[in-house]
Design a protein around this ligand. Sequence first.
Ligand SMILES: CC1(C)CN=C(N2CCN(c3ncnc4sc(CCF)cc34)CC2)S1
Length: 490
Amino acid sequence: MAGIREIDKALFPIKNIPSVIQLFKNQLEDACEPDLALLSVVAGAVENSLTCRSNTSLQVCEPVEPTSLPILEFHTIETLYNKFHTIMKSAVECNKGFKSYATRELVKKVSDVVWNSLTRSYYKDRAHLQSLYSYLTGSKLDCFGVAFAVVAGCQALGYSDVHLALSEDHAWVVFGERGTETAEVTWHGKGNEDKRGQEIGKGVSARSWLYVNNKPVVCTRHMEVAALVSAINPSLNATHDAFEVALLQQDLLWLLYDLGHLKKYPMAIGNLGDLEEIAPKGGRTPCSVLFEEAISSARTYYNNQHVYPYTYQGGYFYRNKMYKEAFESWANASDVIRLYNYSRDDEEIYKEFLEIANELIPHIMKVESSGFSANTILKKPECFANLLRFYDGICQWEEGSATPVLHIGWAKPLVNTISKFDAEVRAQVEIVCGRPEDDTNKRSNGGYFNNNNYEKENGTNETDILTSLNSKALKDDQSTSNFHPSIEAL
Ligand SMILES: CC1(C)CN=C(N2CCN(c3ncnc4sc(CCF)cc34)CC2)S1
């Protein structure tokens, strides 16, 4: 392992953001691979010094150089770096000399070293528990942090084949001669037995969103740096961010973007888009384009199996009152989820769709039907079509799943929303149902919406459907409709 080089040491003591950027630049542009342990300790130390101040009350800071940081001494970093290497090397005898490829036993051993050195019990979802600084000074890591620490530990032991694999809500490792071996190395969610050491989902979990249909982001060393930078958390408290940390994260993401290391990492591009929306850097790609780039990355490299690129974009449109565009993004997100089976590990994306359906869309309908919107979306059939596509995707997500998705809490906002569109607007939407593929328990997208005349597949016209929907939600009468059984069950 290269260890800390003179060129890096020369940057210390670090007093400002440009010095941190330079350290990352040296590591990323250097011929050999970036040192994950060094960069994670430095990023964690900076984040900790600016967000975990003892007095959490917001000080009225005297105007300082916006990029100044609390001084970071080399000795501090070197001590923690050496501590990490000692932990790894004393726990794992690795054959000196030639480095073979990692084995499942080796990966499990490194995972055990990290796992057994964590504090017995602590609040796992707390902020600032993702870095090796947190691990080495507080013996605390969140679930992503454990996976990252295992990859950094294997790098410290000289295994260049062990890499981080990322879904939208979980992390594991790949290793071996062809990089095709997989292993769980951390936990997921609450109250789930960890599966550390096991291969990645072969069973039912393989069809769950959590494992993104086996289309995870498989990182290079440089993309592992992008993951640690994405995991930087600028939050000071529930309402405020430490702006220097957000600035550092944004500058580091631009550095990685310029070097091409975000090309296959949609969520990192989305993170950069969020930061750019808040504090746009002049002369840079605008955030709206970044959200589009994240979507095209997911479509190009991950067979469009990722949801978050569309919810990044939908959130941006929503915040900027571009409601017609938001509906389209959310319908596209729903077209992704419809191909999965909902499983108990998918709570995070369930909450995402629940918030869109029961908070964001009802808010839009309220604003749009307040009568002051000249160019209201309530007159636009494509908005109605995208709304139906959004809801239909969630219904199809539930079909074939062992766990139900929809319940009465979904139906009332749904009926409220649909009935805000007048009949003559709805009549302009044609539901063309393609022949459902003979896919056992998961039809492919059996239908799509476009704006011609509305025809239900069995000839029922839309007024009956909506009337029966309304009556169902309001009076629970027993008339039949073609909507999803869960809505039928109201
Ligand atoms: C549209 C949104 C709700 C906004 N933020 C989102 N995220 C914030 C950043 N996220 C991420 N950003 C970069 N890399 C990763 S790897 C991972 C799974 C655990 F390892 C999550 C995640 C998760 C998703 S999705």
